[in-house]
Design a protein around this ligand. Sequence first.
Ligand SMILES: [Zn+2]
Ligand SMILES: [Zn+2]
Length: 368
Amino acid sequence: MRIVREKMGLPKLTRTSYQSCSIETLSVALVGLGALGSEIARLLGLLGVAAVALVDNDTIESVNTSQNIFFRTPDALHRPKAEVIAEKGFIYFPDTRWIPLACEIADAGFKPLKDCALIISATDSALSRVETAYVSRRLHVPMLDTGLSGPACWRGRAAWFPAESSSACYCCQLSEDRRAEVLSMTCSPVLSCLWSPENLDMPSTPTMASVVAGMAIDLAFRHGLSRKQEQSFAWDIDLDSPPELRQHSLIRSVTCPFHDFPASDVLTELDHDAPFQHSLTALGAQAIQLDWPVATDATCLSCHHNWQPLCRLGWLRRYGKCPRCGEPVKVRWHAIDRILTNTAEAGFSPADLSYSKDHLFTPVYHTR
Ligand SMILES: [Zn+2]
Ligand SMILES: [Zn+2]
């Protein structure tokens, strides 16, 4: 390993301020592998980060093949982006362990993410960013949020959110209405009727993706991690005329719900196939808190079919179809975010509720 690192010139980093965050020992999770995310993956490989978990449930379509160096070979087409980048990453950047997670962040489970030093969000979906922010807060891992914006994407942002619960998180920046709307889609069993579908078809240029990816990684490694920044802040870059780079402080919102996870909450591995009741009895707990609410009952508003989806509410709301009429889900549903001991729901197992095998759960010892 040492020979490879020296041959690749990575020790040069030791003469820069990158050295103080010991890049070669860091594990990073990267959520979103589009133009910006795949460029970030390339930089993480060049820097020699120890491990990168690649999180994205998309597959490569022909429009993506020119997006970055990883997707250009014909064998990449129709395969998951996470798998292809991991495969090519292994060839180009053998110092790094590439871990493909071809799923949404909420389905990755906490186990592969809990020891990361940093979670990077590079998606263009507010839902995915809020889910990433939740994981970052829940696991006490700093988050770097990155994005392109503006006409023809000449603007970009990188925002640093430390793990400290007193500092702002991604969710703090949303207006209260928007936050309620996004949370109701994914993190809360309470229904909001405000949701308007996101337009994810953002144009981007490889040059701007490269500029923002470089800026974001520099912000995270040289400022966030090395200097152990405890305040949230963002860098905004605008390459229109005249070009501009600005820094903003980001302020915590007192109404944001992502700041009050009790320190006593302990993440616990449960038997994936055993009923929750077995685990509850074995642990002597009163309940298991579900990080992602699960829809247990749904009625199609088109054909009135009633069924038990038993899947993550966020997934049902985004992708679900009525099993009878095949219409995209417009349903009335019931969802749960807690399994109480000695209830019908305690007869389900984590597998029954479509939870990842790698998820770590939160037992509750005194029902709150
Ligand atoms: Zn917040
Ligand atoms: Zn139906």
